[in-house]
Design a protein around this ligand. Sequence first.
Ligand SMILES: C[S@@+](CC[C@H](N)C(=O)[O-])C[C@H]1O[C@@H](n2cnc3c(N)ncnc32)[C@H](O)[C@@H]1O
Length: 209
Amino acid sequence: MASFEQIEDYAERHTRALSDLHARLWEETHQKTDSPGMMVGPIEGALLKLLVRLTAAKRVLEIGMFTGYSALAMAEALPEDGQLITCDVNPETTAIARRYFAESAHTHKIEIKLGPARETLKALKGPFDLCFIDADKGSYSDYYDRAIELVRPGGLIVLDNMLRSGRVLSPRDQDTRTVAALNDRIQKDQRVENVLLPIRDGVMLAYRR
Ligand SMILES: C[S@@+](CC[C@H](N)C(=O)[O-])C[C@H]1O[C@@H](n2cnc3c(N)ncnc32)[C@H](O)[C@@H]1O
């Protein structure tokens, strides 16, 4: 019987690889940051890229950029006149993201908003075709509510870490309680059609009706 790691490795070897820039960003993020595990990684990165293509998105919003791995993946799938607005509070990791974006042929599509996402989201105007939520878990419920306002009907809201390594089954910490309550709320929300994929740490897809 194969282990979960072996299965994931097989899946990765049968998933279209992201760009060489991603490979270098992956290395540098491992060398220079304390939490490289925050990057979505090659499988979820490829999924996000494909979701941008499948929704024919032209305007994407990301909440939680870190060193830019997922932003770069999504930007690569946007058309030439597409736009990705991404937010983060951390100036050090944002500096790494900026250097990699500058090297990318897709840099003109990416706009970084440095500051608390709540403030950024207040000032933004929709509609967006896709919103990817991957920042502080305690604010997920508020981010989801704002995403519902900003994403057009027919668009997609994607939320990462919705399984919290399985802890949502019996939440013991506040962030996990917030995420578990949001899973319950999305499940009942008639404004969306949803599926919780057990990919990596749990990816919730919520199609905005
Ligand atoms: C899981 S990481 C994002 C990973 C990124 N999507 C990737 O694949 O590389 C979460 C990010 O959210 C940012 N963050 C945390 N609290 C935030 C807030 N209040 N507003 C904006 N960003 C925040 C952190 O600085 C961190 O870079």
